[in-house]
Design a protein around this ligand. Structure first.
Ligand code: IMP
Length: 211
């Protein structure tokens, strides 16, 4: 059996005691997300990317809920690999906008993944609104581990700033200031964001569940 001993870098397949880590395929093609999630679960859980699992698939997010979309992705990859899979669906929900952009966060301004346009639209929709409270949510769906899908949510509350702050991160990070902070997510180190973000909390809860 392979062991984690005598290695300078941590072996992603074993914990520090040489015990094999639980293994899940992470059903996403987004490398930024894979890097972020792998940093969060390091030493506790082995997340295999689609590329590493040899799977080429792009699943359309056709559902109207975070749970629905996360399930679609995890189920599709589980059907191909036969391995336990986790998928996530995340978004920003703004209270004064009735929860928008929500599941449409990526394509809020029309074109998927156009973060600059999305942020511009968000700022203009909130002009003159007193309530700027919002939250990020991540719903994880795990398929292939139990008889039914498992759902786990992570959330972080905060406010939408009146102008972009910071250059790091992605998406709405420059406009989102988490509760108890005076910096946006885009002004934080990745490790600081991961410790309090919706995705960080969801993966933390997933590790608690697996334990
Ligand atoms: P996904 O489901 O994780 O791909 O997220 C959908 C969209 O929500 C992204 O394209 C972003 O616009 C937004 N989003 C999700 N997570 C974050 C985050 O951590 N920071 C900023 N924007 C995010």
């Amino acid at each position: 059996m392979k062991s984690a001993s005598n290695k300078e870098l941590p072996d992603p397949e074993f914990n520090h005691m040489g015990v094999p880590l639980p293994k899940l395929v992470f059903a996403t093609n987004n490398q930024h997300k894979i890097d972020e999630a792998q940093a969060i679960v390091q030493g506790k859980l082995q997340l295999i990317s689609l590329k590493e699992a040899g799977v080429e698939i792009e699943v359309d997010e056709t559902e109207t809920t975070f749970r629905g979309n996360a399930f679609l992705k995890a189920q599709a990859v589980w059907e191909i690999t036969g391995l336990p899979c986790v998928a996530d669906d995340s978004g920003l929900c703004v209270n004064a906008l009735g929860g928008e952009p929500g599941v449409f966060s990526s394509r809020y301004a029309g074109e998927a993944g156009n973060h600059a346009k999305n942020n511009e639209k968000l700022l203009s929709e909130l002009l003159g609104k007193a309530d700027r409270s919002a939250y990020f949510t991540t719903v994880l769906c795990i398929v292939g581990m139990e008889n039914t899908p498992i759902y786990i949510e992570g959330r972080v509350n905060g406010v939408i700033l009146t102008q972009m702050q910071g250059k790091d991160g992605f998406g709405y990070d420059p406009l989102f200031c988490p509760e108890g902070e005076n910096r946006s997510f885009a002004e934080m180190l990745a490790s600081e964001k991961n410790a309090m973000s919706h995705r960080g909390r969801a993966f933390q809860s997933l590790m608690d569940y697996l334990r």
